[in-house]
Write a protein that binds this ligand. Structure first.
Ligand code: PEP
Ligand code: CO
Length: 446
């Protein structure tokens, strides 16, 4: 008999929770959230689970992408549009050049909370509490700014709602129409090899559409050419927030966390007996778990048992984040153990978090070639184990930032100072993201 309830996580050790200074104000904020409308509908989360079941069967590929941390400050239509645009472009490349349907899942409309390795950090010689994402505190490096503020939970909800509203408008209202493939590319096309390569793909798609029209096919009737399904996800870190948005689906009677379509636990919160895994174990959404180089096969199989007891395809996505150097050694035993356990998981590769280092100027960065190398090592490991390399999970932005090194523009260490705007981890910029899509498409074709 299950003892799970939306609040049963409270009886378990919960890592990475903020120390809210005023419990009364926290309760008020959570109470307010529990009376607000859900952000997503249970039926949508169930559709994503079915789409991920296709990935688990090796019939589709998952592209999960977006900011490391969304920001209250950098919030506007252009930023949302440009992020969506680069994800749609990557999906076109993977679908066309890689030859597989792509499940498009944003780290967006709720990706605000950050787990930290240390509760404090030193900024300019002063030790201050760590920044935990705009849903908790402010990134300004002062002790005052870092005090957790429960009003931020409500603000994160409202920003997620507006973001999701615009995403729905763009993806269902014409912006994502396949006839727009060229329009998405305007600023990259002349100025980068990836942009020119993309323009060639877009030309071919346009030719194929013209051909179908000439054959008498009424493309206007083909809904899939004019709309895309775009799903949302974030790390389920602040459990009070997730609990407040968890609602019982009146149709199925199942509980869904209606803050996003998919929720995941991070490398720091995936303890099988911990509060985060307890929470995810009872919601019917598709769920994910990050798996780093320290994970043992036994741990991962135990996690599969907790999060996917019914062995349901599409329910669980394991996201490998080993680092380019370790992946060839650390991933294969996990792939074999999970395959032997019979859990039909999706395996995806996060090539970002195992490849972060601090550059000479003190900026956290990642190198494009390390990102590609980890994905390549992931594909090799999956293929040797007879497992479908099911997807990639990347941190990116549509903006022209200089946060990661390399790529076709050859961003160097001196360039990091130019446009480094992330509030947390370094992201691939639009061009690097498109370059990456072509490299992944090559791996898929091989
Ligand atoms: C993240 O996805 O931003 C993150 C913190 O990842 P991980 O849990 O894998 O370290
Ligand atoms: Co990150």
């Amino acid at each position: 008999m299950s003892t799970w309830t939306p609040e049963s996580w409270r009886a378990r050790p919960a890592a990475q929770q903020p120390e809210w200074p005023d419990p009364h104000r926290l309760d008020q904020a959570l109470k307010q959230l529990s009376g607000l409308p859900p952000l997503v509908f249970a039926g949508e989360a169930a559709s994503l689970r079915r789409a991920l079941a296709q990935v688990a069967r090796g019939e589709a590929f998952l592209l999960q992408a977006g900011d490391c941390a969304e920001s209250f400050a950098d919030f506007g239509a252009d930023t949302i549009r440009d992020k969506l645009k680069v994800i749609l472009q990557m999906a076109v490349v993977l679908t066309y050049a890689g030859g597989v349907p792509v499940v498009k899942l944003g780290r967006i409309a709720g990706q605000f909370a950050k787990p930290r390795s240390s509760p404090t950090e030193v900024v300019g010689g002063v030790e201050v509490p760590a920044f935990r994402g705009h849903i908790v505190n402010d990134d300004a490096p002062s002790p005052q700014a870092r005090i957790p503020d429960p009003d931020r939970l409500v603000r994160a909800y409202h920003q997620s709602a507006s973001t999701l509203n615009l995403l729905r408008a763009f993806t269902k209202g014409g912006y994502a129409d396949l006839s727009q493939v060229h329009v998405w590319n305007q600023e990259f096309v002349a100025s980068s090899p990836g942009g020119r390569q993309y323009a060639a793909v877009a030309d071919e798609i346009e030719r194929a559409l013209r051909f179908m029209r000439a054959c008498g096919i009424n493309l206007g009737d083909e809904k899939d050419l004019h709309q895309v399904d775009f799903w949302t996800s974030h790390e389920a870190l602040i459990l009070g927030y997730e609990e407040a948005l968890t609602r019982r689906d009146s149709l199925s009677g199942d509980w869904y966390d209606c803050s996003a379509h998919l929720l995941w636990v991070g490398e720091r919160t995936r303890q099988p007996d911990g509060a985060h895994v307890e929470f995810l174990s009872g919601i019917a959404n598709p769920v994910g778990a990050k798996v780093g180089p320290g994970a043992t096969p036994e741990e991962v199989v135990t996690l599969c048992g907790r999060l996917d007891p019914d062995r349901q395809p599409g329910r669980l996505t394991l996201v490998s984040r080993m680092g380019a150097e370790a992946v060839g050694e650390t991933l294969p035993p996990l792939l074999r153990a999970v395959a032997a356990s019979g859990h039909p998981v999706v395996w995806a590769c996060d090539p970002m978090h195992g490849n972060t280092f601090t550059g000479p100027g003190g900026r956290k960065t990642r190198h494009f070639e390390h990102v590609v190398a980890e994905i390549s090592g992931f594909f090799d490991a999956c293929r040797s184990a007879g497992t479908w390399p099911g997807g990639v999970h990347v941190e990116l932005t549509g903006d022209n930032v200089t946060e990661c090194l390399g790529g076709s523009e050859a961003i160097g260490e001196d360039d990091l100072e130019l446009r480094y705007t992330t509030t947390c981890d370094p992201r691939l910029n639009g061009r690097q993201s498109l370059d990456l899509a072509f490299r992944v498409a090559d791996l898929l074709r091989r």
